[in-house]
Structure formats: structure tokens, C-alpha cells
Ligand binder design. Structure first.
Ligand code: UD1
Ligand code: MG
Length: 443
């Protein structure tokens, strides 16, 4: 499509009250700017990102994340001290020169709209007008620019800080997405002034200047939920809720059963295959794949693959696990482990280990993977029975068909067929209780 996209990401993001630049705040595990760039790349091969505050940090992030598409992405540093504001962001060096773009049609997106979709922004592009603006109605328009429409044309956008009480009551607002013909930007950018409450060069002032000259400006009604602007951490949480709704809906449409969906956290790279069931309060992040599995209430699954298994309730599968045909019960924590055909029903820590088919991990078993300096692996073969409350001091290898007695501290490798036990012999001292306690008089 012959349209250039400009993403505005130079603002200080003061209202976020954070040292992290606004556009790097995350929604469902990914930076807000990620979503803008991802959608922009679906419609254009000429993307321009405007930066100023923390520009190096943001540019590094984009360069690392979109490594394979960098030929389509151009960075510009706004001359913010001279030309602050969303209009100033479109200037290359001085007011006479807009950002140089490849195409005549320029789509401008605020960088703080993480919920935009290709389909929604395309609605503006199809309008073959000199200027089109995305607008929506909102019951609480606080913070948004109010849009004045006459005869189905936009005449003016008035920012909250410059609005009187009457204007503030208008509920039609500027979404923060615009389509301009390059020649309109070239003519009107030099005329924009900073005579407003914030002493900024507003992009929205271009609209009034063009409208005064009789240029028709098409209002395009967009879906509010896709264009929510994130200026504060409250709005960040609202945007994340909307994104979660999308992800959960997508999963349920694919056939996943989700109990109390509003309590389940997912991220966009989580994949479900086959028949899956997710209970309430489950948290799943990263590039997790769940295949034909049941994740029970309040379990946490991070960046792992789970296949034909039952997990939880209240289990913690940390990053880089591969779990197949396995039952993981409550209060079991796993990390970087591979379990195939295993039962680990209760209260265990299984880190940096591989456990093979038919093995049973008793309650309270711990793989002691860390010696204070380095992490070591525990390898356990098939049909190993690990009695409750045993510790395996890694690095260690247990071959198949081994029985480890309850309470054993395993420090040596075990061979096929071994019974491993390290208990001290039990002694029962007759009457020993009464050396410490008096007999209960009431009995
Ligand atoms: C802006 C609009 C408002 C609209 C709202 C929609 C203006 C003047 N106001 O207000 O009409 O209803 O978005 O969400 O445009 N930025 C720069 N350089 C700057 C200042 C900002 O690149 O000098 C970037 C920011 O990083 C941000 C975007 O522009 O991504 C919008 O700026 P923001 O401060 O969030 O504007 P709003 O007050 O939300
Ligand atoms: Mg904003």
C-alpha cells in the first residue's frame, strides 16, 4: 500500500510518573510501541518513528525487536526544545520541512495507542481526501481533544487545556490517528503557532488552519476500544484489560474452555492447540504453547510447552520447561526442566532436571540445583520412584528402575535396579517423653 506511517513517540510521558519512557511500558508482555510498529508494518514499507526523550533507549529497543524489518523503519529526533508538541514532531529541523516520507499519503499515529489494528487504520486510508481524522464518542472525554464538526466536516480540534466549559462538554474526541496528503503538511506546518496553554506546536492546529481555507476534513468514526490513548498508569491498566479481553476471546473462539475469563492473564504469543481447559486465576506468559492440557486454578506458566498434561492447582512452571503426558500437582515449582510421563503431585522444586516416563516424584522432593556458584542438572530415568522429602544434590544421574527411600539425601549417582537410602536408624527410647514433659494431670 502506498502510504507512509509516522509514529509519534517523542513525548516525555510526564503523566506516567515513571523513569521508563511511556511507549516502552508493557501491555500483555509487550511494549506499547511494539503494537504500533507491528500494525504499521502490515500496511506500509515506510515507517518513521519520532523520538526525543530517552531516544537512544527506545531506538535500541526497536532495533533489537524488529531486526529483520529495519530497512522499513526510519528514526527521527524531534527538535523538541525549539518545536515541542505533536505538530513539532512532524518537523525535520525547521517548520518549512516536514519529515521526509516515501509516499504522498501520510498516516500519523500517536505512539500511545497500543490497541490499534490494521483493519481500523485502513478505514482512514480508503478515504481519498486531503485530510482524514479518526474520531470517536466517549462518555468521559477527559484529556482528549474535542472535535468540532459542521456539515459533516471537521472544523477544529480544541485541546482539553485550552477548552472552556462548553467545549469540555463535547463528547466527540480526536482519536490520535490522521491521514494527510504530503502537500497539505508542507503548506500548513509552517503556519502552526504555539499560542496555547502548553506553548506547544499542536498537530491538531493544522486542522483548523486547513479548515479555515476551505479544505474538507473527513471525520472517520473509529472504534473507541481500539484507539484508547494511554497517558497514565490507570489508562495502561484499562488498555491491558481490553487487550486481555481480545486474547481470551480469541482463545475461546479456538475452542479453549476458560473459567471466569476476567481472572485469566494471557499474552499475545501464547498458543493453544487441541482441547485445552484453563481454570480461574491462571497466568500464562511468553511464548508458551499449551496442547491438549488442563491448567487448574491459580497456576503460573511461563514461557514453556505443556502437552497432554494436567497442571495445578497452584503450580508454578517457570521458563523453559517441556512437560508432556505429566501430572503436576499443587505447590510444585519447575524451572528449565523436561518431564515426560511423570507424576509430581505435591510440594516439590524440580529445577534444571529431566525426568523420564513412569517416574513418580513424592511430596517435598527437591532437586538441589545450585551450589552457590553454578546451576547443575539432575537426570532421572524411567520408572524411578523418589520417596517423599528426598533431596537430589546436582549434578546427579539416576538411571531407570531405581527406588529412592523417603527422606534420602542423594549425593551419588544411582545405577539401574538400585535401592537408594540414606536414613539414619530410628531409635525409640522408652519413657523418653517424660524426661521433657510432665504427665498430663487431667487425663
Ligand atoms: C493527543 C491529541 C488529542 C487527542 C489524544 C488522543 C494533540 C495536541 N493532542 O493528546 O487531541 O485526543 O492525543 O489520544 O495532538 N509526542 C511527540 N512529541 C511531542 C509531544 C508528543 O512525539 O512533542 C507524542 C507522544 O509521545 C505521544 C503522542 O505524541 O505518543 C501524543 O502525545 P500525548 O502527550 O499523549 O497527547 P495527548 O495529550 O494524549
Ligand atoms: Mg496521549
Amino acid at each position: 500500500m502506498s502510504v507512509s506511517v509516522v509514529i509519534l513517540a517523542a513525548g516525555a510521558g510526564t503523566r506516567m510518573k515513571s523513569t521508563l519512557p511511556k511507549v516502552l511500558h508493557k501491555i500483555c508482555g509487550k511494549e506499547m510501541l511494539f503494537y504500533s510498529i507491528q500494525e504499521a508494518l502490515k500496511i506500509s514499507d515506510d515507517i518513521h518513528i519520532i523520538l526525543f526523550f530517552e531516544h537512544k533507549r527506545i531506538q535500541d529497543y526497536v532495533q533489537n525487536t524488529f531486526k529483520n524489518q529495519l530497512k522499513h523503519i526510519h528514526f527521527h529526533i524531534q527538535n523538541h526544545s525549539k518545536y515541542p508538541g505533536t505538530g513539532g514532531a512532524l518537523i525535520k529541523d525547521d517548520l518549512q520541512n516536514p519529515i521526509p516520507t516515501k509516499y504522498e499519503q501520510i498516516l500519523i499515529l500517536n505512539g500511545d495507542m497500543p490497541l490499534i489494528t490494521k483493519e481500523q487504520i485502513e478505514q482512514l486510508i480508503v478515504h481519498k481526501t486531503l485530510i482524514a481524522i479518526g474520531i470517536f464518542e466517549i462518555s468521559n472525554p477527559n484529556g482528549y481533544g474535542r472535535v468540532i464538526i459542521k456539515d459533516n466536516q471537521v472544523k477544529q480540534i480544541i485541546e482539553e487545556k485550552d477548552a472552556n466549559i462548553d467545549i469540555k462538554s463535547i463528547k466527540t474526541v480526536n482519536a490520535g490517528v490522521y491521514l494527510f496528503e504530503k502537500k497539505v503538511l508542507q503548506s500548513y506546518l509552517p503556519k502552526v503557532k504555539n499560542h496555547n496553554a502548553q506553548k506547544e506546536y499542536y498537530l491538531t492546529d493544522l486542522i483548523q488552519l486547513a479548515a479555515n481555507d476551505g479544505i474538507g476534513i473527513t471525520p472517520v468514526f473509529v472504534d473507541r476500544e481500539n484507539f484508547i490513548g494511554v497517558n497514565s498508569k490507570l489508562e495502561l491498566s484499562i488498555a491491558q484489560d481490553l487487550m486481555l479481553d481480545r486474547l481470551r476471546t480469541r482463545a475461546m473462539q479456538q475452542g479453549v474452555i476458560i473459567h471466569l475469563p476476567h481472572t485469566v492473564y494471557l499474552e499475545s504469543d501464547v498458543i493453544f492447540e487441541g482441547e485445552c481447559e484453563i481454570e480461574q486465576g491462571v497466568f500464562i506468559n511468553g511464548e508458551t504453547k499449551i496442547i491438549n492440557s488442563h491448567i487448574k486454578a491459580h497456576s503460573v506458566i511461563e514461557n514453556s510447552t505443556i502437552k497432554n498434561s494436567k497442571i495445578g492447582p497452584m503450580a508454578h512452571v517457570r521458563t523453559n520447561c517441556y512437560i508432556d503426558d505429566t501430572h503436576i500437582g499443587n505447590f510444585v515449582e519447575l524451572k528449565a526442566s523436561e518431564l515426560r510421563g511423570v507424576k509430581a503431585g505435591h510440594l516439590s522444586y524440580l529445577g534444571d532436571c529431566a525426568i523420564d516416563k513412569g517416574s513418580n516424584v513424592g511430596a517435598g522432593v527437591i532437586t538441589c540445583n545450585y551450589d552457590g556458584k553454578t546451576k547443575h542438572r539432575t537426570i532421572i530415568g524411567k520408572n524411578v520412584f523418589i520417596g517423599s522429602d528426598s533431596q537430589l544434590i546436582a549434578p546427579i544421574q539416576i538411571q531407570s528402575n531405581v527406588l529412592i527411600g523417603s527422606g534420602t539425601t542423594v549425593t551419588k549417582n544411582a545405577k539401574e535396579g538400585d535401592l537408594v537410602i540414606s536414613r539414619t536408624k530410628q531409635e525409640n527410647k522408652t519413657g523418653g517423653f517424660y524426661r521433657f514433659f510432665k504427665p498430663n494431670q487431667s487425663k
